[in-house]
Design a protein around this ligand. Structure first.
Ligand SMILES: C[S@@+](CC[C@H](N)C(=O)[O-])C[C@H]1O[C@@H](n2cnc3c(N)ncnc32)[C@H](O)[C@@H]1O
Ligand code: SF4
Length: 385
């Protein structure tokens, strides 16, 4: 039996499922946009979806919002204005809420950016991927290096103080020199946050069917280490497997996921996780993935694709799968607070992990060692039920 004496912080995720075109490496729930985007119909559907979710979180304050995709910057500021009015009418929103919107440089428009900021969107996450034109072209990106730089300059110019740049490494055509140039260019543009992902070939992508030629793993690892050194020298502290931030600039929304907080997920294919103190349960819920199916069913029970309570035997693994991604680990009491069972529940696995040199712990803190970070999958597997 779970025993929640308080509830974790609550976030809101909003999914926008369209892109100008589908990138060959991408397995996110994103679809090539129709000629005319059904912007109004989709916003109506999001509002119906939220109305249906609200009873599960009565009285709780939303601490952060993340509008992800897909390419949310395809939608106008007017569309988000209408959505935010509905959100504010339905849920208390913290005055300090971090509100992030994912933007793709190919769809950047300066007037839209200024309007996003005016609406209260206070963080942008810009999908740059690389500053090398040859890599960008092979990745099927719709922007080149100059447009990527222009996008970031625009974000600065209109007054976004807080933004993230997404970069990938281990790319087709990448060399030590271009990898180094990508990281140096990103740092010179002074984002407060950089997400640095190794390109992975995911099932159900074009790259899986027709794999590109990628650099060897050994040099990729060297470039990653060198990039990490440059990021650290420039004042970006790594706080998660792929996330680097200047002081006080960690992504609050993602931190809430990694600390096993709660989140509502609205939109096509969105996932949510909600703790219920009255029922002493945690439920995961996901929505219809196809944009049209989502719009047709939003606001009705049919929109819900999956609705499952987390079993107590899985809770240790589910918590650790998230929390061990954090370089500094987590405060020991957080486990009881957010997983609803005492830390003794995972004592055996903790001891094994310690014996294998993968984890350090005391009554205040549990964190992966350097070896644990390097062999994260082996560490997390120890917590499988
Ligand atoms: C939801 S996606 C896209 C945001 C935005 N639509 C864009 O592409 O610019 C968030 C990020 O995940 C990363 N990503 C997507 N597919 C990936 C893959 N196969 N391997 C590694 N990183 C990936 C990219 O850096 C991307 O910017
Ligand atoms: S633009 Fe972003 S979300 Fe869309 S297909 Fe490309 S990587 Fe995926």
């Amino acid at each position: 039996m779970f025993n929640f004496t308080s509830l974790p912080p609550l976030s809101l995720y909003i999914h926008v499922p369209w892109c100008v075109r589908k990138c060959p490496y991408c397995d996110f729930n994103s679809h090539k946009s129709p000629d005319t985007l059904p912007e109004n119909d989709y916003i109506d559907a999001l509002i119906r979806d939220l109305e249906q979710e609200v009873p599960y979180v009565w009285g709780r304050t939303v601490q952060s919002i993340f509008i992800g995709g897909g390419t949310p910057s395809l939608f106008s500021a007017e569309a988000y204005d209408r959505l935010f009015s509905a959100i504010r009418a339905l849920l208390p929103l913290s005055p300090h809420a971090e509100i992030t919107l994912e933007a793709n440089p190919g769809t950047f428009e300066q007037h839209r950016f200024a309007d996003y900021l005016a609406l209260g969107i206070n963080r942008l996450s810009i999908g740059i991927q690389s500053f090398n034109d040859q890599s960008l072209e092979t990745l099927g990106r719709i922007h080149d290096k100059d447009q990527a730089i222009k996008a970031v300059e625009t974000a600065h110019k209109v007054g976004f103080e807080n933004f993230n740049l997404d970069l990938m490494f281990g790319l087709p055509h990448q060399t030590a020199k271009t990898a180094q140039n990508d990281i140096n260019t990103a740092i010179a543009l002074e984002p407060r946050h950089i997400s640095y992902y190794q390109l992975t070939i995911e099932p159900n992508t074009l790259y899986h069917q027709q794999p590109p030629t990628l650099p060897d793993e050994d040099p990729i690892l060297d470039w990653q280490l060198e990039s990490q050194r440059c990021l650290a020298d420039a004042g970006y502290q790594q706080y998660e497997v792929s996330a680097y931030a200047k002081e006080n600039s960690q992504c609050q929304h993602n931190l809430n996921y990694w600390q096993f907080g709660d989140y509502l997920g609205i939109g096509a294919g969105a996932h949510g996780k909600i703790t219920d103190a009255a029922k002493q349960s945690i439920t995961r819920r996901s929505k219809q993935k196809q944009p049209q199916a989502f719009m047709d069913t939003a606001g009705s029970p049919e929109v819900i694709l999956q609705n499952e309570e987390i079993k107590i035997r899985d809770i240790g693994f589910e918590f650790m799968l998230n929390a061990l991604r954090l370089s500094d680990g987590f405060p020991t009491p957080l486990f009881y607070q957010h997983a609803g069972v005492p830390i003794s529940h995972i004592d055996k696995a903790l001891q094994q992990a310690q014996q294998q040199g993968l984890l350090e712990r005391d009554i205040h803190l549990i964190k992966p060692t350097e070896k644990g970070q390097r062999y994260l999958n082996s560490l997390i597997e120890l917590f499988l039920p």
